[in-house]
Design a protein around this ligand. Sequence first.
Ligand code: GLT
Ligand code: MN
Ligand code: MN
Length: 388
Amino acid sequence: MPDYQPTPADKFTFGLWTFGNPGRDPFGEPVRERISPLRGVQKLSQLGAYGVNLHDNDLVPIDATPAERDRIVAEFKRALADHGVRVPMATTNLFSDPIFKDGAFTSSDPKVRAFALQKTMRAIDLGVELGAETYVFWGGREGAEVDAAKDPVSALKWMRECMNFLIYYVKDNGYNLRFALEAKPNEPRGDIYLATTGHMLAFIETLDDPSVCGVNPEVAHENMAGLNFVHGVAQALEMGKLFHIDLNAQKPGRFDQDLRFGSEDLKGAFLLVKLLEDYQYPGPRHFDAHAYRTEDEDGVWEFCAGCMRTYLILKEKVRRFNADPEIQGLLAEIRAGDAHLEGLMQSFSPDNARAIAALSIDRIGLGRAGRRYEKLDQLTIEVLLGAR
Ligand code: GLT
Ligand code: MN
Ligand code: MN
């Protein structure tokens, strides 16, 4: 029986804002002290995590003097080195301060956009100083409640202008840093532009250098949009655009719950882990979630340990699924190929077109034949329930 004990090789990461979440919500005050970055680094290393991620202001207060900034960063770097913890990803807080109430890169006020660029350039410098190789953009305030107020076409142009500006900033500084864009359909704005991973993938192709931009899909966000998360991640993966991933859990039809990974929709979580592991996704497995508001600090560490443990348990279930002779036999039957037909369809040629046109295909028989998916799905559930 595996012990499901995480090690840094598993590449599990948490944001400073995840274990640092004090349990505030729109209806209630904090219920616990915010766990400091230094304590978090120490505890996460004990729990077997690989790294921590951060927004600029998770570490350095927005109004810190340059001297305070340097002191805080030096202290944090010492803690990272002492505990062997990495910072693979960094990002900018472009949503908390009141200046961003109507967006950052999509604000119709050029002063706000300039401030957002200034803040992001500083935050990129900080991320790179801490060793980050991925830079996430989550445009939480990039949206609207009053669509008559802001032209959505202009908003997209401003967004593109800012992303291009920052792409060149990274190149100009010789930084080894890639961008990962994170979508969300709504909350905190009534509607957020570029609402899903699919929107982001299309937007990225319009940038000056799409090669340095990928996506950071989040379980909860795609679920809020009513979408199949695994399909969105698969599309990004197949395009070579899965630069980062935010793992958590979410009940359908609700606000952004950011629940402990695997705590809802176990089959979806299993299929997600299967996708990441089968295709050997090389990046960090980042948990963008937080402990229930009912918890104290002990509960927060239970939450962190739980996210990692559940991932490893699901990874073991994937191994069993892939090694199960009955399941694999069934899959071989379901997915049986036909080299001749597949050769004809692989690419167009007049000969192939003629050959396909001349095929006689058993429409009635194929329409009648069962696909045996009931059996396969039941076997999948049995693997998940520990019955095989
Ligand atoms: C915020 C948001 C997340 C984003 C983080 C990065 S901040 O917690 O809910 O989904 O990934 O900006
Ligand atoms: Mn996220
Ligand atoms: Mn979320």
